[in-house]
Design a protein around this ligand. Structure first.
Ligand SMILES: [Zn+2]
Length: 171
């Protein structure tokens, strides 16, 4: 005997289907946190190479290549225009760190010039490489926060509306 679906069952099945399809869009392996409350919180996430919007996934797929879309929250990162600004920040930081180091090496050691130059250049290169990605992450976070270059930053109300429990009469 074929199974008969009563209207009441069908209605429930419909709601279940909606719930399942909504759950399918929720990435369960990646934990998305609420949006940051300030530009500094967003920049901090970017500095750590995390998604500035949700902190739930990596912002970069390669050394200086950001992901197109966040796998945790779906944020589109293609509008970012960091260009060569990260390089300026990186050089500025490296210069300020290296200046006292070079002065110290020259004053406190009797190393020959070639050794001093080798140490200074190696340290400077390492510092630049170490600071480039954090600088780019922070700049992308800032551009997103201030909605530059076509970024659309979601307002907290939007998330609350989505997460709102289903009213009793609609269950
Ligand atoms: Zn995200």
């Amino acid at each position: 005997m074929p199974e008969v679906t009563r209207p009441f069952d069908r209605e429930n099945a419909g709601h279940d289907a909606v719930a399942v399809s909504a759950a399918a869009h929720e990435p369960d392996s990646l934990v998305a946190m609420p949006p940051p409350h300030s530009v500094w919180a967003a920049i901090l996430r970017g500095l750590k190479g995390r998604c500035p919007r949700c902190n739930g996934a990596r912002l970069f797929r390669k050394f200086l290549k950001p992901v197109d879309t966040c796998p945790a929250c779906g944020q589109d990162w293609t509008p970012q225009r960091a260009d060569d600004f990260p390089a300026y920040v990186s050089i500025l930081v490296t210069g300020h760190v290296m200046a006292p180091v070079i002065i110290g090496l020259v004053q406190e050691t009797q190393l020959p010039v070639w050794a001093l130059a080798t140490i200074a250049v190696t340290l400077a290169l390492l510092l630049i490489i170490a600071t480039l990605q954090p600088a780019k992450g922070g700049i992308i976070a800032m551009q997103w926060w201030f909605e530059m270059h076509g970024f659309q930053r979601d307002k907290p109300e939007t998330r609350e509306t989505i997460d709102e429990p289903v009213p009793e009469h609609l269950k």
